[in-house]
Design a protein around this ligand. Structure first.
Ligand SMILES: *Cc1c(COP(=O)(O)O)cnc(C)c1O
Length: 366
């Protein structure tokens, strides 16, 4: 069989599958004459809150905004520490530092999420919150995290940017902590066609605070209560997201089908497959394997026209952006090892059986 070009990710297939619905939604907004904070945003907020099982959802401009505004609204800022896993995406850490708080890194477990056994050792009198990032589609150990937070009087913010629809012990992520932060960046499982994000909360006060904060701190037009920001989900993205949300179960099921085949059919001792935590229904944002000699494997797949991505090659504490925190190589060896060995295999909605067959066979022939 001749080589087939497989992209690590592609978004055109997801668009094509429900093209008529997206085009109708876009036209509806264009023709409505109303483009910011209208019926489309309200309808999406209601539908997404219901999907997650939360009382409230507030649409925002991005996942990063959801994070830093969450800390701002909780009053977590300068002089305060927030615990986060050392292999998190850089945006998680920027969410903390944009609120002027200090990230305190805790090593991940074998599921790439916070190792709960190591959290308490990182708690100081300055600790105000735990940011639990549900990485690659799998929930963090929320029962244990909530127990520790309660014991020490800490807020819990969930970063659900990679976990739309993931459940732990039957409860969907975004429901455990004080605030659930979501991104709808186009490549996320629930992706918009541009930048978008939201928070889910169960407190009417927090819901109101986010609504005020996202719109220049005003509850009533031109009467500003606090110094807020401009972080509004727009009507176009909301309409497109409502269309996509109606297919979310299908989107998640398809990703699971693809990854179940990877799990069952990849047989290569050089490749360590991901493990699923007990009680977790992962939504497979990424299918992340570990390969000790990663670069030759990437080169081999590239020679067969199979694309891969590293999520992420540099842990936040070694990123140039965070040099000022003063960490050296070796500070978080587990995160550093993951950065050197993880690799995300091709995974996208609309991946064909032929593409999957070819990818699996090529991997097994390595
Ligand atoms: C994508 C992502 C973010 C940031 O979301 P944006 O919408 O790009 O701002 C934050 N955290 C995690 C874990 C993400 O994957």
């Amino acid at each position: 069989m001749s080589a087939m070009k497989i992209w690590a990710n592609r978004l055109d297939r997801g668009f094509e599958r429900h093209r008529a619905e997206y085009e109708a939604a876009a036209l509806r907004v264009l023709r409505s004459g109303w483009y910011i904070l209208g019926n489309e945003v309200a309808a999406f907020e209601r539908a997404f809150a219901d999907y997650v099982g939360a009382k409230y959802c507030v649409g925002l401009a991005s996942g990063l905004d959801a994070l830093w505004i969450a800390f701002r609204i909780l009053g977590v800022g300068a002089g305060d520490e927030v615990i986060v896993q050392s292999n998190a995406y850089i945006a998680c850490v920027m969410g903390i530092t944009m609120a002027n708080a200090t990230p305190v890194f805790v090593e991940p477990n074998e599921h790439f999420n916070l190792d709960v056994a190591k959290i308490e050792a990182a708690i100081t009198p300055k600790t105000k919150a735990i940011l639990a990032v549900h990485l690659y589609g799998q929930s963090s150990d929320m029962a244990e995290i909530m127990k520790i937070a309660k014991k020490h009087g800490l807020y819990v913010v969930e970063d659900c940017a990679q976990s739309h629809g993931a459940r732990q012990d039957g409860v969907m992520t975004g429901n455990f902590g004080d605030i659930g932060c979501f991104s709808f960046y186009p490549s996320k499982n629930l992706g918009a066609f541009g930048d978008a994000g939201c928070v889910t909360v169960n407190s009417a006060r927090l819901d109101g605070d986010f609504r005020t904060y996202r719109n220049y701190g005003s509850e009533k037009r031109y009467y500003n209560k606090v110094v807020g920001t401009n972080s509004r989900l727009d009507e176009m993205q909301a309409a497109l997201l409502s269309a996509r949300l109606s297919h979310m179960d299908e989107i998640t099921a398809e990703r699971k089908q693809i990854c179940d085949r990877y799990l069952a059919e990849i047989r290569n001792p050089a490749i360590i497959l991901p493990k699923i935590q007990a009680g977790c229904e992962t939504v497979w944002h990424q299918f992340v394997v570990q390969v000790a000699e990663r670069q030759p494997f990437i080169n081999y797949l590239a020679s067969k026209e199979i694309g891969t991505i590293i999520h992420y090659p540099i842990p936040p504490h070694l990123s140039e952006a965070y040099a000022y925190l003063g960490y050296k190589k070796g500070a978080f060896p587990i995160a550093e090892k993951f950065a050197d060995t993880v690799l995300s295999l091709p995974l996208y909605n609309g991946m064909t059986d032929e593409e999957l067959d070819y990818t699996i066979r090529t991997i097994n022939e390595y």
